[in-house]
Design a protein around this ligand. Sequence first.
Ligand code: KG4
Ligand code: ZN
Length: 349
Amino acid sequence: MECGTTILAIESSCDETAAAVVADGRRVLSNVVASQVEEHKRFGGVVPEIASRMHAEAIVGVVSQAMEQAGLGYMELDAVAVTAAPGLIGALLVGVNFAKGLCMSTGLPLVPVHHLRSHVAANYLSCPELEPPFLALIASGGHSHIVNVNAFTDYEIVAQTRDDAAGEAMDKVARALGLPYPGGLHMDIAAANGRRDAYTFPRPKLGVNAQSTGGALGFSFSGLKTAALNQINSAKQKGTAVNVEDFCASFREAVCAYLTEHTIRAATETGLRTVVLAGGVCANSRLREMAGARCNAGSLRLYLPSKALCGDNAVMVGAQGCHEFRAGHTAGQDFNARATFDIAENLCS
Ligand code: KG4
Ligand code: ZN
């Protein structure tokens, strides 16, 4: 579905300062990402104060470069979309305030975009024929959700984690194994040569936490994470070595099986035949492979964003921003970023 709109999109929710120009929600005119990963690596994770400062330093250059690459002037745009929630509040404020200033000086409408809806929208760029309704698994560093995407701006939560996110669990276990940040990525690389059955982990039950999540299904990753950390610590205490490649392959297997089985079960319960993966963790090679095999076996259609679009970027903000703009979801100068916000709610209402 085309919307005939050219959007400048800005992303600064975590550790990437990004800007992009996207036409019609599907066509990428420019894509600029300034990553802070090298800076945060020294600390083993994202340091919020450093992230905000680095966004503030980078944002003017990143946005100018995106406009230059697109070969457009501000007056040729229809709107400015910006990640407004959820994320690190200081980091989000840099992008939101920059976008507000731009809108004030140009008169362009401001379109706040939910970060997790953007992750789902990355699929509209990688898979041009994809349209709602579908079921989406969103697995990132801070969130693990299964959502029913009824329409481009109509979301319903089917399941969410009551404790850690999948990416967070992988990051913490990877860190305990001495792997660099971002742990999920390095665990995936180390797992390539490891044995998947070398270590055993508890398989969390499907469908727990119904009351605490308010949904029919719920995720819990903290038990899995704690079991892994306990095995690493007990090996250290005994002076025995953990085989990092085998440990990564086994832990990755447990996390991916849990995510996949939960998603397949949600598809069965909701009756949706199209499944979409989204978020940084969906770059995981084993998860992509496993979801592919399970969807194939169940005759479900599976869509995956390209690996390059799984992580944070502004192209996906432009894709979702187009649909939010079409739905009339624009905000005034009194709008503010939010550290947390329900994906099913509209940021502008
Ligand atoms: O979506 P994202 O870039 O940022 C958030 O919105 O959180 O996700 C970041 C998460 C991190 O936990 C990182 O370790 C994980 O995605 N990640 C991966 C892979 N690449 C990044 N996890 C598993 N396998 C990967 N290949
Ligand atoms: Zn993200």
